[in-house]
Design a protein around this ligand. Structure first.
Ligand SMILES: Cc1ncc(COP(=O)(O)O)c(C=O)c1O
Length: 460
């Protein structure tokens, strides 16, 4: 660890003694002291007190401009008035019944208006809806295997938890990656049903189809790979996948858990002009409440009506989450708000680029929609293995230095990215940039001392 990082961590520890104590207490009863592994990092995570608009406080009373926004689930920002009003009202009318109600078709209409799907079912998380998407694709094709991309994250079910962050000693052939379990408990049978391909490499996908003739049910991907900072599809990549799926009788699943709301009004299919067969939505469509949805053509979704594919869930369409979802589609994810966040996003990304250039830092800034990331690598990454070359301690230096100056620039972990909410202001972006301008020269200096030479890392 270089000296400047050590100093930033010491400052962090000095500012956050209550978080340290809270974490110590939590460790006694909760593995890692957190409710989701992604929330844990060294020396200990910030414990949050409250949030309002674009800002949060930790339990030591420090205030931050929040670009973590619950790992990108809060394009609404904290306590958006439209969401609060909708939710409050429903809290007094009954939260959950396990019976159908009118908000279901209302939200289904909103989704079908915006995305190229004809029917929708709801769930409560991204994991749930990507799981159902894979299952219905398997049922629709009568095939078992799914192609996913190395480094891609689609949640925690057995099909998704394959080659999420494989280590170099396990990952195998760069053109035909080994299917590596994302931890214990993923059955070998699941691994055998997931063929791993390389993002931005159509030949690797074609090869998987050839190796598994008539066996691939679907290709699942995030149209922008967001589990590696931010990695855009190369021109023609998504179109090529569409063709390969059509040629091989497989379905194309867009996991739009992040991009669905945050990339553009109509999500990635609209932005890139490529129509998938199944779309998965979650995170920001729920305005902070647990809400997911998956949708497809009538022909595919009718498999549920015909009792050929089973779908259910006690908390599906609970009225609190549905009210939040309706408020999001009708009052928050509006065309005007996309113009507002678009301006802020451009300002932040361009501001970062100018500061990177001025400081001499060997890095680039990736951005799309309301997301972006400082990529501490000299060339644009194309896939997961490129991303593993990022200098992790330099990234930690960046993150802690920003936090110590009141900016939560993104969630902790260098595979994440910043989000801008509709409640962020020009002043927030100005402050964010001013802090980055203060921090960048020290980063450039540390980078020169450490050598630009990459440090391999497999993340969490
Ligand atoms: C692209 C993508 N898909 C699926 C998921 C899983 O969503 P959830 O955490 O709601 O289960 C995530 C979560 O980060 C995600 O980013």
């Amino acid at each position: 660890m270089h000296g400047a990082l050590r100093k930033e961590i010491a400052t962090y520890e000095g500012r956050t003694t209550h978080s340290a104590a809270a974490h110590k207490r939590a460790l006694q009863r909760i593995p890692l002291g957190v409710a989701s592994n992604y929330r844990h990092y060294e020396p200990y995570p910030l414990f949050v007190k409250d949030g309002q608009g674009s800002h949060i406080h930790d339990i030591d009373g420090n205030e931050y401009i929040d670009h973590n926004l619950c790992f990108g689930a809060l394009m609404a920002g904290h306590c958006h008035p439209a969401v609060v009003k909708a939710v409050e009202q429903k809290l007094h009318e009954g939260t959950t019944f396990g019976m159908p109600h009118d908000q279901e078709w209302e939200l289904a209409e909103e989704i079908c208006d915006r995305y190229p799907v004809e029917m929708v079912r709801f769930g409560s998380s991204g994991t749930e809806v990507t799981m159902h998407a894979c299952r219905i694709a398997r049922a629709a094709t009568g095939r078992d295997k799914i192609i996913k991309f190395e480094g891609a994250y689609h949640g925690l079910h057995d099909t998704a938890l394959v080659s999420v962050k494989p280590k170099a000693e396990d990952w195998g052939d760069p053109e035909a990656p080994t299917s590596v379990p994302g931890g214990g408990g993923v059955p070998k049978a699941s691994l055998a049903n997931v063929a791993v391909a390389v993002f931005n490499n159509l030949a690797s996908v074609e090869r998987r189809f050839k190796e598994n003739p008539g066996q691939i049910a679907a290709v699942i991907l995030e149209p922008i790979l967001m589990n590696v900072g931010l990695c855009l599809p190369r021109p023609g990549f998504l179109e090529g996948l569409r063709k390969l799926c059509d040629a091989n009788g497989a379905l194309l699943i867009f996991d739009e858990v992040k991009t669905g709301a945050k990339l553009a009004w109509g999500g990635a299919s609209d932005f890139f002009g490529v129509k998938p067969d199944i779309i998965c939505l979650a995170k920001s469509i729920g305005g902070g409440l647990p809400l997911g949805a998956f949708g497809a053509s009538r022909a595919v979704m009718e498999l549920i009506s015909q009792h050929k594919v089973f779908h259910g869930g006690t908390y599906n369409t609970n009225r609190v989450a549905m009210s939040a979802g309706l408020a999001m589609f009708r009052e928050v994810l509006t065309r005007e708000n996309y113009v507002h966040v678009g301006k802020l996003s451009k300002k932040l990304a361009e501001g970062y680029r100018a500061i990177v250039k001025k400081s001499g830092l060997q890095a680039y800034v990736a951005s799309a929609g309301v997301n972006g990331a400082l990529m501490l690598y000299p060339q644009e990454i194309r896939n997961y293995r490129d991303w593993t070359k990022i200098d992790v301690d330099l990234w930690r230096h960046y993150w802690f230095a920003m936090v110590n100056r009141g900016v939560l620039a993104q969630p902790y972990w260098w595979d994440e990215q910043w989000t801008i909410s509709v409640q962020h202001t020009e002043a927030d972006i100005d402050k964010h940039l001013a802090v980055f301008e203060e921090v960048a020269p020290a980063l450039a200096h540390a980078q020169q001392e450490r050598g630009v030479a990459p440090v391999g890392a497999a993340g969490h």
